[in-house]
Ligand binder design. Structure first.
Ligand code: ATP
Ligand code: MG
Length: 432
């Protein structure tokens, strides 16, 4: 009897070979774009002290209140699987003494964890590409960073996305606005949902971010933060808009864009799409000038964004823009133990000569018919055949398969590597 199957963890996905081409393409494009803008990659732990996220993200947020994977480890430390990357990136820069007036443009990628209700486009383990510019007050960097995010879509062939921007002002102006908006929501107390009633005293701005349809009318009547900005933030926002205009980047000002996490100030932005249903945000970011001090670092302005990888991959799939998955270049058909031994050596030489080539060797035996069926399935345009007869004569056969053209040929085993190399070169020049 078989043992019962272990189930996957709810909301956590496997990325299969059939999907991987889109992921790898996104990662490749990300690396190129970020490097072209002089950003360097960093790698930070997936687990951090729970207090880091409480302090960075804010206690009265969905993420900290309901969504964190927190646990006590065997030494009694309170730890959390990171729900987002910015807090850990900033923590790492402080821990490693990287700030002290210095400026850094850095990025990272990897899994994030939130205990949400899993649904299309919303998972419990999901991935982000996270980009941070630390030590820059903007608005020039704000514009460059938004332009950088725009170039992702251009490079990935995705056009069903729109950019929304807003300004949250300085902490002081937000504090003043808070009084105004609290007064407004108090007047409508009875109509607020439970979450909003609870947030009213602690974090009223988050009410504006509510997705509850029944709240939308009350939210629409609320006074706008954008109309209560301090002079400097107003100027910062005007300058950002003018820079975006001159870069030819189209945007909408969305005065209700508040963003789920607490640490933002001034510039916030989000890329949304109309092709992924309810989970419409594919990339979100903003300025977080106060966060670094809040985490014990020296006062440093900063801005960043996070792109949701699963949602971006879904857009790539939708657009059908990813390059086709890599298939083999050569399939090596070998019959008998002695031939397989020689074939293994030749295959190894082929890979050394051209490390980018995908050389697949038939392993586990099989008659010719079976092996050629596998060769066909591998997608390779060329088969190499080394049977007992060939081995006896010291030769290998080159046989073009479906995709390949030309006549079969026979070459000495010692010449196999250069013959294959030449054949594939001619083949790729004809097919590019
Ligand atoms: P949403 O409004 O969809 O909950 P968010 O405001 O919580 O998003 P951020 O914390 O800003 O999202 O994260 C940045 C990006 O990460 C989002 O724009 C989205 O693309 C992606 N993302 C966030 N949560 C999830 C999730 N549970 N599953 C998949 N992707 C996610
Ligand atoms: Mg969320």
């Amino acid at each position: 009897m078989n043992a019962p199957r272990i189930q996957p963890v709810k909301g956590m996905n496997d990325v299969l070979p059939t999907e991987i081409a889109r992921w790898q393409w996104l990662e490749l494009v990300a690396r190129e774009i970020l490097s072209a803008h002089a950003y360097d990659e960093m790698r930070v732990p997936i687990v951090e002290q729970t207090d880091l996220f409480k302090r960075a993200i804010g206690e009265l947020t969905d993420v900290v209140e309901k969504e964190m994977y927190s646990f006590e480890d065997k030494g009694g430390e309170r730890l959390t699987l990171r729900p987002e990357a910015t807090a850990g990136m900033v923590r790492a820069m402080i821990s490693n003494g990287m700030l002290r007036g210095a400026r850094h443009k850095v990025w990272c990628t990897g899994p994030m964890f939130r205990h949400e209700r899993p649904q299309k486009g919303r998972f419990r383990q999901f991935h982000q590409i996270d980009v941070e510019a630390v030590g820059f007050a903007g608005p020039d960097i704000d514009a460059e960073l938004i332009a950088l995010s725009a170039s992702f879509w251009r490079r990935l062939g995705i056009d069903r996305v729109r950019l929304q921007i807003n300004s949250l002002g300085s902490p002081e102006s937000r504090f003043a606005y808070r009084e105004v908006v609290t007064r407004y929501f108090r007047q409508h107390h009875a109509k607020l949902d439970v979450d909003s009633q609870r947030r009213l005293e602690g974090n009223p701005l988050r009410i504006l971010d509510s997705k509850n349809p029944e709240m939308q009318a009350i939210i629409a009547g609320a006074p706008l933060l954008l109309e209560h900005l301090d002079q400097e933030s107003r100027q910062h926002f005007a300058d950002l808009r003018s820079l975006l205009d001159s870069l030819g980047i189209t945007y909408e000002v969305n005065p209700y864009l508040v963003r789920g996490l607490d640490y933002y100030s001034r510039t916030v932005f989000e890329w949304i799409t109309d092709v992924l249903g309810a989970q419409d945000a594919v990339c979100s970011g903003g300025r977080y000038d106060g966060l670094i001090t809040q985490l014990g670092g020296e006062t440093t302005p900063a801005i960043g964004f996070a792109m949701g990888v699963e949602r971006a991959v879904a857009l790539i799939e939708q657009a059908g823009s990813a390059p086709v998955a890599q298939t083999s270049d050569v399939y090596f058909v070998a019959q008998g133990e002695a031939s397989t031994r020689v074939a293994m050596r030749v295959a190894d030489e082929l890979r050394r000569k051209s490390p980018r080539r995908r050389v697949e060797l038939n392993l586990g035996g099989g008659n010719l018919k079976v092996q050629f069926r596998r060769a066909d399935r591998s997608g390779a345009p060329l088969a190499l055949v080394l049977g007992e007869d060939e081995l006896g004569r010291g030769v290998v056969q080159l046989k073009p398969l479906r995709g390949g053209t030309g006549e079969p040929a026979e070459v000495k085993i010692e010449q196999a590597v250069s013959a294959v190399d030449h054949w594939l070169m001619v083949y790729s020049s004809k097919n590019s």
